[in-house]
Design a binder for this molecule. Sequence first.
Ligand code: OXD
Ligand code: MN
Length: 591
Amino acid sequence: MANYTNNQNILKWVDEMVALCKPENVVWITGDDAQMDALKAEAVSTGEMEMLNQEKLPGCYLHRTKKTDVARVEGRTYICTRKEEDAGPINHWMDPQKAYKEVGALFDGVMKGRTMYVIPYSMGPIGSPLAKVGIELTDSIYVVMNMDIMTRMGQKVLDNFGDESNDFVRGLHSKADIDNEKLYICHFPEDNTIWSINSAYGGNVLLGKKCFALRIASYQGKNEGWMAEHMLILGLQNPQGEITYISAAFPSACGKTNLAMLIPPKEYLEKGYKVFCVGDDIAWLRQGEDGRLWAINPENGFFGVAPGTNEKSNPNALASTRKNTIFTNVCHNLDDNTVWWEKLDKNPPVNAIDWTGEKWDGSTATTNGAHPNSRFTAPAINCPCISSEFDSKAGVPISAIVFGGRRAKTAPLVYQSFSWNHGVFVGSIMASETTAAATGAVGVVRRDPMAMRPFCGYHMGDYFQHWINMGAKLGDKAPKIFNVNWFRTDDEGNFIWPGFGDNMRVLEWIVDRCKGTADAVETAIGYELKPEDINLDGSGIDMDTLKGLLTVDKDLWKEEAEGIAEFYTQFGDRLPKELNSELDALKARLG
Ligand code: OXD
Ligand code: MN
């Protein structure tokens, strides 16, 4: 074997996993072009990937998963802490000994006749003090190709890691038989280890993403004094050239990618406003030497939901997918060997193969051509508005943290928390209607604190406490905290706020609040914008509609307070007392 690393911690662990999985070959992924080209050719030859029209979509491929393997499976996602109470009431827990034994039995010999790929990767720019290393072992070329887009990976990661360190996340994945009954995604935060078996769907198998960068990293962050959050990061540049960075947490499939790549309305563009994308899904945040909170996007690409992405909703995301992109479970247009998905345009292909692999004619079809959770895996550098700070090792300083969910009636368009701790309360009570990004019912309201419900690798009560502690550490340098709701509906169920680029109008107020240049009205739930302080030029929204979007219905909020109290009971004495005080204060303000 060539000498890829002399790091005995890595070599010993890889040897142990090879002994367990018994692959026929072991291939270390160096990431060089010749190796990646050969792997792509192999994936095409076996049918795992289809090469798309190389003139229209250079470097792009299509992949279809099994019909039963199309989303993250939260019910089979486990946090395996030694003590059950450390996983908390929201996570599924499995005893680590039992998991190693029982899931280990499934891994035993699982790669016989297959190749094991060893993928060294960095979450964050290689060598950044905020970055961390993982190694994923997998028997899937699809995973290798996706990790090549989603992370910085290959030999350069090992070279930078050195011979001594043991600080890497050990990820083991096998698609095995893609058998739902034997699907496990086990996290061992105390051992820096992830085991995933019997799925080949992105969120379950690209172990750098949700498994490491959120579940394991959130646990590391608690112990090491930093934060791993389900947040986009964007930079908003004003006509004077000043850039303010905002990070924002929304539950899955609530438009994080769209907000991260927002194109301001014409009136703003003409004045010279710009928005830059640093990340669309995950932020790692640490206090910098200047005392402020600095963020990196640990990823290197976008694993975005395809349906709904179009020239109007997100031209930057669409442009990002025009080369070197992997499409998963979209519709295949056979006429020109390209891809299509619902709401891409009004011309569905008539000669197509749908996401299930069946013939599909968009002019008569009654089924979807693309799965609602079909995805594109696109390199971040393809994005026309990618931030010049994307590769910055220091990251970007965050001025505002924004929380948001999908609420039809309760939450107003925007409000600001009274303080950091009140902001933690606002994040902790986030709620949203479920979407297609995870299996299960769609459209049911569920509480999703900080959009981390499926991704917090430890007890949620301790996680809230960690937020409180971070605020104490940041003091007056802490970002300001806001809540937005783009999804308020009228009595017919139509969205009232236009959303997309028009969200810029709300971001502008948020930036002005951070700078102390915008006024606010104090309400029972927080500071609200004064309707006259938001620029509605060209939005098509009139003052009365805006006022409607800002109303706080006290009766609904009293019910909400009851719901929060009930939600909080499950955290027992691990719920920070600060949050109980915030709930009491809310109730008092509601009267
Ligand atoms: C995602 C998710 O894929 O949140 O980003 O489900
Ligand atoms: Mn996400």
